[in-house]
Write a protein that binds this ligand. Structure first.
Ligand code: RP5
Length: 169
C-alpha cells in the first residue's frame, strides 16, 4: 500500500510535557517529509498515568504500529509505554538541566531486561532518528516507504559539499 493511501496514524508520538514539543516537532517534520501519518500527544507517566494506560489500551486496535516516547529528567514514560504494548517502542531522552540530558538518557536506555526500549540521541537529533527508525521498521513491509527513505538518504549525501569552504576573514 502506498503511504498516500493511509488514513489512520501508523506512528504514535507521546511526550511527557508540552515543554518537550519543540524537540519532538522534528520527529513530526521528518515523518511529514516521508508522508507517514502519525499522531502526537502529551501524557506523563507520573502526572497523567491513567492517560498513558488509556492511550495504550486502544493504540494497537487503532492501527498504530510503532511508538515513539519522549521524556526528560527521570524519563520513565518510554519504559511505561513499553510495559503496556508489544509494539516497538523508541525512546527519545529530552535535554534537561542535569548534564544536558544525561539523566534522561540513562533513565531511557537503562531498561532492565524483559521490556526493551530502543534509545536514541538526546533532543532533536534523537527525535529525527527515532522518526527515521520508525519509518525503517515500517519499510520492511512497505516498499513505498523504503523508496522514500532511500530518497531521504540521497538528499542527505547530496547536501554534503565535496570542497572545504574558504575561511571567512
Ligand atoms: C518530564 O519532565 C517531561 O518529559 C519533561 O521533559 C520534564 C519537565 O517537564 P515540565 O516541568 O517542563 O512540564 O516529565
Amino acid at each position: 500500500m502506498s503511504p498516500q493511501n493511509y488514513t489512520a496514524p501508523l506512528i504514535g508520538i507521546v511526550m511527557g510535557s508540552v515543554s518537550d514539543a519543540p524537540a519532538m516537532h522534528h520527529a513530526g517534520a521528518t515523518l511529514d517529509s516521508l508522508l507517514i501519518p502519525y499522531e502526537m500527544k502529551v501524557m506523563s507517566a507520573h502526572r497523567t498515568p491513567q492517560r498513558v494506560h488509556d492511550y495504550m489500551n486502544t493504540a494497537t486496535e487503532r492501527g498504530i504500529k510503532v511508538m515513539i516516547a519522549a521524556a526528560g529528567m527521570a524519563a520513565h514514560l518510554a519504559g511505561v509505554v513499553a510495559s503496556l504494548t508489544a509494539m516497538p517502542v523508541l525512546g527519545v531522552p529530552m535535554e534537561g538541566k542535569l548534564a544536558g540530558g544525561l539523566d534522561a538518557l540513562l533513565a531511557t536506555v537503562q531498561m532492565p531486561k524483559g521490556t526493551p526500549v530502543a534509545t536514541f540521541a538526546v533532543g532533536s537529533h534523537g527525535a529525527v532518528n527515532a522518526a527515521l527508525f520508525a519509518a525503517q521498521i515500517l519499510s520492511v513491509a512497505d516498499p513505498e516507504i523504503a523508496k522514500r527513505l532511500a530518497e531521504y538518504r540521497k538528499k542527505l549525501a547530496d547536501a554534503v559539499p565535496h570542497d572545504v569552504p574558504p575561511v571567512q576573514r
